[in-house]
Design a protein around this ligand. Sequence first.
Ligand SMILES: *Cc1c(COP(=O)(O)O)cnc(C)c1O
Length: 418
Amino acid sequence: MQKETIAITYGYEKDSNRTMNVPIYQTTAYEYESIEDAALLFELQKEGNIYTRISNPTTRVFEHRIAKLEAGVDALALASGMASIFYSIINLAKSGDNVIISTKLYGGSITLITQTLKPLGIQVKYFDVHNAQQLQELIDDKTRAILFESIANPALSVADFDTITDIADKKGVITICDNTIATPYGCEPFREGVDIVVHSASKYIVGNGSSIAGVIVESQKAKAKLANHEYFSTPDESYHGLVYLDKFNAPFIARARLALLRDFGAVISPFNSWLLIQGLETLSLRIKQHSKSAKKIAKFLKKQGFEVSYPMLKGDENYKYAKKYLKYAGGIVSFDVGDFKKAKKIVKNLKIFNLVTNIGDSKSIVTHPASTTHQQLNAQELKKAGVSEGLIRLSIGLEGCKDLIADLDNAIKSAYGS
Ligand SMILES: *Cc1c(COP(=O)(O)O)cnc(C)c1O
């Protein structure tokens, strides 16, 4: 089935009301047929809904669609992209373990792992997605995961998937790829050998900046790697000795749902899941348009003499990886104007672009990462993350491209006083 068809038809069985659109099951709980039925559900002997913190039929449609779009086995939707990254990490690592993260990672993910998880005893090491041979030395017997982004936000580095997944597979370490910017249309991490995909669905998936959401997707191949992991191969006492590997085709998702979501509760609202379902229906068209306009704008900015970063631009340091691994590069373009003052002036002069810390919206957005998303990082970490003081990040929306170029042209001319 083509992805465009999956996004619109997959995983929804009409009930007796024959509703065309997926209903919003806005409910906390579900009635049991009997005491015996309730017991079977609680013991996981029978599949079904108990309580919306653990599962919900509207959310399940979204999960099935995104799992299929990523060519995965199963998915878990969560309240935010951050929740999906947090759950993915702690589904693998405990105190004394370490995770290896890309130096070019979303600022929030870096803060989560280096600051918030640190006192819990989870150590961190860094690697460069373009020099991934380093992983050979970095991986040790306490390494539980390697986390990177298919297209990094905001540095836009495109990962060298082959090198990363080859080494990770040889060493038996789980790879987690954040596919937020590329979307399942721009990049297929599972085809490139990745084990787990995460998304901030708040961005392109919902598509119009209307909700915060995240999702984790498990690949076919992850299960074999989890065979040696105690969380999945030994009994979970909270389910009377359940062994995830024995019972589930997607043990990573099963544990994330049945243990982590049950206990930490970052549940998505059924209404937000419904918004994601609406978003998925048009994602294929939107990602094409975002990418087309972004490339035009990147070319325009380059002509103005700025250092521009867009993976699909010839001459870009990511171009060879983009050609190999991406179908679309999405709508994020960054350019460096050299210093803080100039950056501030340009941002101030823009009229159609909104000064907002978000991406993937239908509305165009401008951000200054050094003073916002990456503010918590120190100078050295900023440098590592590829964020300079004069860096401006654009998220190209779906407005007319000529209008966007005119807006930029005007803002730049005013800032440079010509
Ligand atoms: C926004 C973002 C996140 C965090 O997602 P939220 O939905 O805002 O919690 C994680 N990774 C990337 C690449 C992002 O752009």
